[in-house]
Design a protein around this ligand. Structure first.
Ligand SMILES: [Zn+2]
Ligand SMILES: [Zn+2]
Length: 281
């Protein structure tokens, strides 16, 4: 389930990066971009994905600490708690996720104290421990396992410490990259996986943004590079997200249209789609 397929721009059509793997009505999130909790509620109301009820959101795996992937952190921590979540949030991510968690708890101390104190007035204080966060700093390898899923982190190549995640369930293997330059680790993590969700920038947009080209060449992936990578990784389905894309010219006329993005991916021989918010695969 794609909750947010955007990147830093304030795009009303594409929320910040957030993806949910839902197994037996249990959600496992990757990244926590802007709008994550409201998109989760949309998944329940508009798509019937009951596992994404905000009070069920418990596990989140963070690819890296760039703000577009983490500004939804306080939302994910606080909103479900206010709605009645009964357990702490479990956050997995790179070095620094613990410090970010501690700072957030401190930043919202006044909220925790007053809502908990006003327990008779609000349902929210019923589970005071549920505003806690258990932060786990990960390294490459298996980082989480339960009856539904095994989650393996692999190192990606971005502007800071970063990881992609592979989810293995009873019937599917899904790989999510986050932001990254093409890496052999992504190919190795996929190896014919069912679904590969990969970031991408169009040559079209980079052609209009020479200032961004050098950074992109080190830390992101072009359509040309992704075509080559996916041809080696051989996913059953390639989903493009975090793309230099705009669905409407009124939002951003500089970014590429879906037709241009798919046109640049035309040389890729496998199945490829542009991921949109609230798509279910
Ligand atoms: Zn990003
Ligand atoms: Zn990034």
């Amino acid at each position: 389930m794609l909750l947010g397929t955007g990147n830093p721009p304030a795009d009303p059509d594409r929320s910040g990066p957030a993806t949910a793997i839902v197994v037996n009505d249990t959600p496992y999130l990757v990244d926590m971009g802007a709008g994550i909790v409201r998109r989760a509620k949309s998944a329940v109301v508009d798509r019937g994905v009951t596992g994404l009820d905000p009070v069920k959101l418990r596990h989140v795996f963070v690819t890296h600490l760039h703000s577009d992937h983490t500004v939804g952190f306080p939302d994910l921590l606080l909103t479900p708690w206010v709605l009645g979540r009964r357990f702490p949030l479990e956050v997995y991510g790179p070095t620094g996720i613990k410090a970010m968690s501690e700072h957030l708890l401190e930043a919202y101390r006044a909220d925790f104290e007053t809502r908990t104190k006003d327990r008779p007035l609000f349902t929210v204080g019923s589970f005071p421990e549920a505003h806690a966060v258990n932060a786990h700093e990960v390294q490459p390898g298996v980082v989480y396992k339960d009856a539904n899923v095994t989650v393996t982190a692999f190192a990606t190549k971005h502007a800071m410490e970063s990881y992609g995640y592979r989810f293995e369930t009873a019937d599917r293997r899904i790989v999510i990259t986050g932001d990254t330059n093409p890496t052999q680790a992504t190919i190795d993590a996929c190896q014919g996986c069912d679904v590969l969700i990969h970031e991408v920038l169009t040559n079209d947009w980079l052609g209009r943004r020479p200032d961004f080209r050098q950074y992109a060449s080190r830390f992101h992936t072009t359509t040309t590079q992704l075509t080559e990578l996916a041809t080696k990784a051989k996913p059953g389905l390639l989903i493009l997200y975090h793309a230099s894309l705009s669905l409407r010219p009124a939002v951003d006329s500089e970014r590429s249209t879906p037709a241009v993005l798919l046109g640049e991916m035309a040389p890729y021989p496998g199945r490829v789609v542009i991921g949109r918010d609230l798509d279910v695969y």
